[in-house]
Design a binder for this molecule. Sequence first.
Ligand SMILES: Cc1ncc(COP(=O)(O)O)c(C=O)c1O
Length: 347
Amino acid sequence: MGLATHPEVVEAGCEALRKYGVHSATSRGRFGTNPPVLEVERRAAEFFGTEDAFYFGSGYAGNHILVSATADRMEAVLLDESSHYCVQEAARLPGVPVITFRHGDPEDLRRAAAPWGRVLVMADAVGPSDGSTAPVPEYLEVLKTREQAVLLLDDAHGFGVLGPDGRGLLDELGLWPQVNGGGPEDSDSRVCMVVCGTLAKALGGFGGIIPGTAAFVEKVRSSSHYFDGSSAPASAVAGSTAKALELVIRQPELRQRLQENIARLRGGLRDLGLNPPPGRTAHFGVALEKAETMRAIYEALKSKGILLPYIAAYSGIPPQGILRFAVFADHTPEQIDFLLSELRSLL
Ligand SMILES: Cc1ncc(COP(=O)(O)O)c(C=O)c1O
């Protein structure tokens, strides 16, 4: 959302630092919950339309925390093969077999799920490198025949970007009310949907977030030792993050501008024949045939003041690597057009 250097965001961080010091020097479970941390949780709950939210130091830990809260008595973890590192690592925590299925492939998930009754399925809601989105309705269809299933999605890249209220992929799919404890009381569905994400990308702050019903968030806080065993987020970080959330809520035009920039960039790339992956994410990868060509484009654009990283290795990318696009709300149409015209001359 282009908020990282916003003067109000910077000032709120400075003010919190002056008032509360670097941090409370203790965990949330002791005396670590200072006012800016609570303010982030209050603002996050407002943005996500939930009763509560758990705010912690890094989105990377979100899967770890949710696994602790939801993986009890699971027989197997079924893992999208292209998941982010943090999803892959958290998948091993329950200590049960981890079976991978092909990226975004519900039929392969069906194969992987077949021998098991109670399964935890883990994937990125939005692929961190390529911007692909998980086929959630198809996954739910496959999982409804299991004795019990938890679908755990990391929506670090969807939060703030996708959906009518910017709550991520599940908001875009109309499934948000069923997430993180929100399923209807009388539902006979055996699939429980849980999601975590970060405030450090589109939402302009820093740290991990798990919004949900009061009961769900309480369960999350008490099942993982993170609440009791890790320092609360630093005061300046929390102060800035709370302000960034306030601006996102107060200024819906920021998301509107982001969506316009996404459409302009994706449309321009299609005109160049570059075929960005389908969807409306603000970041995505484009793979050209040769790594050398992509590296040369990265270097040439860098010399013009444009950062279009060539990523050679990361979870979920093809062997030759990708050019990774990321567009912000504060990019101007002229900047996007400049990138497109420079790219045209290099292709
Ligand atoms: C899918 C996914 N989850 C989590 C993270 C980490 O979030 P944070 O930077 O808040 O630790 C990333 C970072 O790129 C990510 O892509």
